[in-house]
Design a protein around this ligand. Structure first.
Ligand SMILES: [Mn+2]
Length: 428
């Protein structure tokens, strides 16, 4: 394992909270993610199902967790199944959890080999009427690839057609939105590793450097700390910064251009999500600094509003009001245009076309909706931006913020003041 795992106490607490939400006479089953095929005999690097990880800490393929709290036999109330391993299998397939390790990681006493799954499940199913099954219910996600959870649900419905099935996702979403202290620690670590990457990159960025060379600095900083990229990094110079999901990162950074970096480390499966925008030659032009300072004011104002009681939707509406003022100040839109605007297609949209932030956690776009009331312990990104393609300017600044009466900026030590950026980029 490349990271320091969260002690099993948290997983024990998380399971207890989930079990508390299940109807009487029910059980819940949750699977690992698939190993996704790449090409030939290869698979992509494994990424655990965030829901399973949240309640078990198990970071291995083919794990299944069954929770059957009403089972008369205590040892069958909570059973984790893992793929069988032995010395010969280790030689060929690499290292896998032993039963003892899976027990220690998860705090689950009854860990069995997968070979025992079908019969144990039959016993558990005979004690319940209702079964909670998990699905990825992220509202903006669609895929042509059937997930392991989906295939499992189809199999269960075929084999146990007279049971009742319920959705597990809403229960886990509710829990995952509020971060445990141990989770905040992991996320802070992800933010700190992201900072190391950024400082490393500041030392080498100059006219002529390639975008992917900058990406490589981050990749190095992440890898030596046991982290990976939490998402495809955006390293966008000049007008590329106006392409919101630019990930080709194959252009040369030119003198006089800005460079937009949207990069985050993932540590122990927890994500950081940072955006910074810096001058390629180490010095902002007057106009670049003017737009930068507008975005920075929006970032600071936006972070302050992340207090309990608001929602993402209301918060975004507040930030866009400030955005209108800034865009007027920059001479990009007029008060007249704002006054006469069609509310369903506001004028600011031309220069600010995305949301102000999203939940963050085990997933970079973590569970939760824009209408959810913000509560203490939620983590949300604050990422205002102004994009002016006609001036080759695209600026986004993004911090990760813990919701509280006084919101906590998890990226407080990552340079963002323009003077600090210029000072750090000054080459001797
Ligand atoms: Mn983001």
């Amino acid at each position: 394992m490349r990271y320091q795992p969260i002690p099993s106490d948290m997983y024990i607490r998380n399971r207890a909270k989930l079990v508390g939400k299940l109807k009487p006479g029910s059980m819940a089953i949750i699977n690992s993610n698939d190993e996704m095929p790449r090409s030939g005999d290869q698979t992509f690097p494994f990424k655990q199902n965030s829901d399973l990880f949240y309640i078990s800490g198990c970071d291995q393929e083919k794990c299944v967790l069954t929770l059957c709290p009403g089972h008369p036999v205590e040892s069958l109330r909570e059973v984790l199944f893992i793929v069988r391993t032995n010395d010969l299998m280790v030689t060929w397939n690499g290292y896998k959890y032993t039963l003892t390790e899976a027990r220690q990681l998860s705090g689950i006493k009854n860990v069995k080999w997968l070979d025992d799954f079908e019969l144990t499940l039959r016993d558990q199913m005979s004690r319940v009427q209702t079964v909670y099954l998990n699905q990825n219910e992220y509202i903006k996600f669609t895929t042509e690839v059937p997930s392991r959870d989906l295939r499992f649900a189809e199999k269960m419905k075929r084999e146990y057609p007279v049971h009742t099935f319920e959705r597990l996702a809403p229960l886990l979403t509710d829990l995952r939105k509020i971060k445990e202290p141990e989770e905040i620690t992991q996320m802070q670590k992800a933010c700190d590793i992201t900072e190391e990457g950024f400082r490393r990159a500041l030392g080498m960025i100059k006219p002529g450097v390639l975008e992917y060379e900058i990406e490589a600095e981050f990749t190095h900083a992440f890898a030596i700390r046991g982290a990976v990229h939490a998402y495809q990094p955006i390293v966008a110079s000049g007008k590329n910064a106006c392409v919101l999901h630019y990930i080709t990162n194959d252009q040369t950074c030119n003198n006089g251009d800005l460079l937009l970096l949207d990069i985050g480390a993932e540590y122990g499966n927890y994500c950081a999500d940072m955006s910074r925008t810096i001058p390629v030659n180490g010095k902002f032009s007057a106009r670049q600094r003017q737009v930068y300072e507008a975005v920075l004011r929006l970032l600071k104002a936006g972070m302050k509003m992340l207090i309990p009681g608001t929602t993402n939707e209301k918060w975004h509406a507040e930030v866009t009001k400030l955005m209108e003022k800034e865009l007027i100040g920059l001479g990009l839109i007029t008060e007249e245009e704002v006054k006469n605007q069609d509310p369903s297609n506001p004028v600011f949209f031309k220069y600010y076309m995305h949301g102000t932030g999203h939940f963050l956690g085990l997933d970079v776009h973590d569970v939760g909706s824009r209408q959810d009331e913000l509560k203490r312990g939620m983590v949300i990104t604050c990422e205002p931006g102004i994009y002016i393609p006609e001036e080759d300017i695209g600026i986004r600044l993004e911090n990760d913020v813990l919701v509280d009466d006084v919101p906590v900026n998890l990226m407080a030590s990552i340079p963002v003041e323009p003077d600090d950026i210029e000072a750090l980029m000054k080459k001797v």
